[in-house]
Design a protein around this ligand. Structure first.
Ligand code: MN
Length: 731
């Protein structure tokens, strides 16, 4: 984490000021320091350090943001009125009206308890907004104050950590976001996330660390290629090109909201190009789309339509030669400063916001919220407006006692129960929302009061179907861990069954007496003391057999088959001899060489077109293949596309790839394989892997006789329990 190791002293602060190019009233800052230091003397932080290190750190953060002299003084003074015998009048006499007003504002915000009863909460958030509207610097100081408190949160008692993290995630990070202060917003989110979901945080952190070298070399190469190309263009002057890493929480949100695996997050790799003019931005966009293949619908023009927090850039996601997608952001320096510092850029690069300006244009949203509130006296409505405006992805609901629980949109009462306490989740029987009984998949809305009704039956626990109902990873993890602990017998049985099934399917026939020895490597690798532990882990899904089976196949072949060189071949149906030269008629050509395009793999029954290649015959594409459609749209090489159709009878087999997304469960892969084998469908290849939130994807390449048989296969696959979608891929 940045900056926690710094020894904050006034000398350190002054060095920072002297090394920068912004003018500060150093005498005033030193006076403010002396005043604060003498009042906080003897006070200690939880870390045992002198209290003054905290105001110094806050002042340092504000210097980094480029805030003005008064703001830096206020940072130094921000806790004196609250925590020492200093008075506001004294501060006013010594440091002026502005400083006194700001210290007063920061002190008042600090006293507003954010997590109280609903009615008060509306009032409290309203107070924060009002303080902000008087002088936006108040909230900027408060954000810096909160940032340093978050950086040092590990010194606080454990029960405070979670509450503070929750408040930061729900109130302060969204405010930083609305003010466009990216650096503070992302750090607040990342630290809060670490306390709120340490497991997920560590998981993402580890994956990122493991890949740091791949990433740097990949992005490094892309950067170099873009740089060379842009340097050859005379309309581009001195572009800055750098790589960018998404924040941990940013990645989490993407993975979580899109339910995709880490590998599928397109914009975790990003290249940023900063230039001088808007004209260059759009020209460079064209160059990028010429160098790399753009992914459709992933282009966003935030230059012509800025985001609510003033953010401007062009975004596009493209695919490089390596087949790895990455995002490119193109912006001017001015846009870049706004993107990094948001509202604070006004102090860093301009005069700041004073007097009547402070309400104009860029801060209009604060005024709008306050005005919207005045029109209604319905407290619930007020909470809803403010909250949804601050963090549209979250809902805020309440326990009957008035405690607020924050959950992602679409969370159900199951999530709510587990968010209160693990045992409340496990013992939940039913739930009431605003006094009425609801079903467990009821989606909670902001402002609702949710009462969880518990079972009296000591032996009762969660139901497996709750894994589908829960939306948060937190609830899912708790449900899974219950099954892991409570259902050992069942897990052992399921795991053993699954292993036997997989072995049968792969024709691995290890004699019973050899089995322990055969599995011993993996017992050790997965920290299992006994074979039972190993079966149990397979049973609850902790060990994915799909990942091990290839090794078992190799081991089995080595130990049992290779010596005999047996005739025994898999009894699966053999692939019919795939001769792809006929089955197709191309208009105006006879006996031409036919290939099936790899981009769309047409099947009999599909509408098709042909493309006359240079020297390799005609390649057959689906009529809705991107390559054909875009060639027509752009009127490219129109003369090379020819009509083609399937011949009446075709007895051949064609390769196609289908993607199966399913809730992951023991035996899933085996069920898919058994079904295909039953239908006498040949499997060329299958790849399966776990996705987020308990889902798995299985990609199988099979041979089918045509579209009818394929549709049949798809329909049957969809009936396998847990399977949520079956799709033919473009590949
Ligand atoms: Mn403070």
């Amino acid at each position: 984490m940045p900056n926690t190791e710094i020894d904050y002293t006034i000398d350190f602060l002054l060095t920072k000021i002297l090394n920068g190019d912004k003018q500060y009233d150093i005498t005033k800052i030193v006076e403010a320091y002396k005043y604060a230091e003498s009042h906080h003397i003897g006070q200690k932080r939880d870390s045992g350090e002198p209290y003054i290190t905290h105001p110094l750190a806050v002042a340092y953060i504000l210097l980094e943001l480029g805030m003005d002299t008064d703001t830096v003084c206020v940072a130094l003074l921000h806790d004196v009125v609250e925590d020492t015998d200093a008075t506001l009048d004294e501060v006013r006499k010594l440091f002026g009206d502005d400083c006194a007003m700001l210290v007063d504002g920061v002190t008042k915000i600090g006293k507003i308890p954010l997590f109280t009863k609903e009615e008060q909460q509306a009032e409290n958030v309203r107070k924060i907004l009002l303080a902000m509207s008087q002088d936006i610097r108040v909230i900027i100081v408060k954000l810096a104050d909160r940032l340093h408190n978050m950086r040092t949160l590990y010194h606080r008692p454990a029960e405070k950590q979670r509450a503070t993290a929750l408040e930061t995630m729900n109130i302060y990070a969204p405010i930083a976001h609305r003010l466009g202060i990216r650096a503070i917003k992302e750090e607040l989110e990342d630290i809060s996330f670490r306390y709120l979901d340490p497991f997920a945080y560590t998981e993402i952190e580890q994956v990122m660390e493991k890949r740091i070298n791949d990433r740097q070399s990949f992005i490094g190469q892309i950067q170099a290629r873009i740089k060379t190309r842009l340097e050859s263009m005379d309309f581009v002057k001195k572009p800055q090109i750098d790589g960018r890493v998404k924040s941990i929480y940013g990645i989490y949100k993407k993975v979580y909201m899109t339910q995709r695996g880490f590998d599928e997050i397109y914009d975790k790799y990003a290249v940023r190009i900063i230039v001088s003019t808007v004209y260059e931005c759009y020209s460079i966009l064209g160059v990028i789309h010429d160098m790399f293949k753009p992914i459709p619908n992933r282009f966003k023009d935030y230059i012509s339509t800025p985001k609510a927090n003033m953010y401007q850039s062009l975004h596009t996601t493209v695919i490089g030669r390596e087949g790895i997608p990455f995002e490119v952001q193109i912006r001017t320096w001015e846009m870049h400063h706004t993107a990094e510092y948001g509202i604070a850029a006004h102090w860093k690069y301009k005069e700041g916001i004073h007097g009547k300006d402070r309400f104009e244009g860029k801060l209009a949203w604060i005024r709008q919220i306050i005005e919207a509130q005045q029109e209604t006296n319905d407290v619930e409505e007020i909470v809803r407006t403010i909250k949804s405006d601050l963090a549209p992805e979250d809902v805020f609901a309440f326990t009957p006692k008035g405690d607020m629980i924050t959950l992602p949109v679409n969370s159900t009462v199951v999530d709510f129960a587990y968010a209160i306490h693990t045992q409340v989740g496990h013992k939940m029987m039913s739930a009431k929302v605003d006094g009425k009984i609801v079903s467990l998949d009821y989606k909670i809305k902001t402002g609702e009061i949710v009462e969880i009704i518990l079972t009296k039956d000591e032996t009762k626990g969660p139901n497996r179907s709750w894994l589908d109902i829960a939306k948060t990873n937190e609830a899912k993890a708790k449900i899974r861990s219950w099954f892991k602990k409570e259902c050992r017998e069942e897990n052992i049985r399921n795991g053993k069954d699954e292993l036997e099934r997989e072995f049968r399917r792969n024709l691995i026939r290890v004699p019973d007496e050899d089995l322990d020895e055969f599995l011993s490597d993996d017992l050790r690798r997965h920290n299992c003391d006994t074979v039972e532990d190993f079966y149990a882990a397979i049973g609850y899904g902790g060990i994915l057999l799909s990942k091990l089976i290839q090794r078992y196949k190799d081991k089995y072949t080595k130990q049992y088959l290779e010596t005999e060189k047996t005739e025994e071949q898999p009894t699966l149906p053999t692939t019919p001899n795939i001769k792809k030269t006929d089955g197709i008629t191309v208009e105006g050509m006879e006996n031409c060489l036919i290939k099936f395009a790899k981009c769309c793999n047409p099947l009999p029954g599909d509408d098709v077109v042909g493309f006359i290649t240079r020297g390799h015959g005609v390649s057959i594409h689906k009529a809705d293949c991107v390559n054909y459609v875009s060639a027509m749209e752009e009127e490219r090489e129109v003369e090379r596309w020819v009509k083609a159709s399937w011949e009446e009878t075709h007895t051949k087999s064609y390769r196609t790839t289908i993607d199966i997304i399913s809730y992951d469960r023991p035996g899933l892969l085996a069920d898919v394989a058994n079904l295909l084998s039953e239908m006498r469908i040949f499997i060329h290849e299958s790849v399966s892997r776990g996705l987020k939130d308990g889902y798995a994807s299985i990609t199988v390449t099979i041979s089918v006789g045509g579209i009818e048989q394929l549709n049949n296969v798809v329909m049957r696959l969809k009936r396998i329990p847990g399977v949520s979608s079956v799709e033919r891929t473009g590949k």
